[in-house]
Structures are given as C-alpha cells and as structure tokens.
Write a protein that binds this ligand. Structure first.
Ligand SMILES: [Zn+2]
Length: 103
C-alpha cells in the first residue's frame, strides 16, 4: 500500500508530492518523491546503518547491494564515499558498545 501526500522526500529532501512506501528488508516506511521512488533510492542514513550492521557491502546480499548502488547512482555518490561512511558507522558502533560495557 502506498500513501500519497505533500511532504519532504526522505531521500533527496525535496519538498512536494511524495509516496510513502516500505524499504525492502528494513522495517520502516519512508516518504519519497517520484524521482527517488522510481530510482529505487533509499535514505543514505538507512543505507549506511543497515550496511554497517552486516559489516560492509561486501558481506551484504546481492539485492541489498543493488538497492545501495541504485541509491548512490541516484544521489551522485561514489562507492568509495559510501564505504567510508559505513566504516565510520561501524567504528561508532564499536565505540558505543565499548562505552556501554563500562557502565
Ligand atoms: Zn527525492
């Protein structure tokens, strides 16, 4: 099911008509403009966090890698830029885990 309305696209931040639909493999729904929806792009924060959870795009399933590649292409970001963001996210999660253990 898709809900349509006026809001901010959660992928490219454009204001206007959006469609709310699910992100494959992730338990969340997002508002996307027609361009981002047609491109199959998802919010970068979701792409980075979900990829960090599996330890990087090399460890991800083929269909997730495809979603990430479609997102990078649509937003004009390189794979290197993405891998760097994922590395930072993994390091932040490790630091958070270490901090939680000391409390
Ligand atoms: Zn958009």
């Amino acid at each position: 099911m898709a809900l349509r309305g006026l809001s901010t696209c959660e992928v490219c931040q454009a204001q206007g008509h959006t469609t709310v639909s699910s992100v494959p493999g992730v338990a969340m729904s997002i508002a996307r403009c027609a361009d981002c929806l047609n491109a199959g792009a998802i919010p970068m924060v979701v792409a980075v966090a979900n990829t960090a959870c599996v330890g990087g795009l090399e460890q991800a399933t083929d269909w997730w890698e495809e979603i990430v590649e479609d997102t990078l292409l649509h937003l004009g970001l390189s794979r290197d830029q993405f891998d760097l963001l994922v590395e930072e996210e993994i390091e932040a999660e490790i630091a958070y885990g270490a901090e939680a253990e000391t409390q």
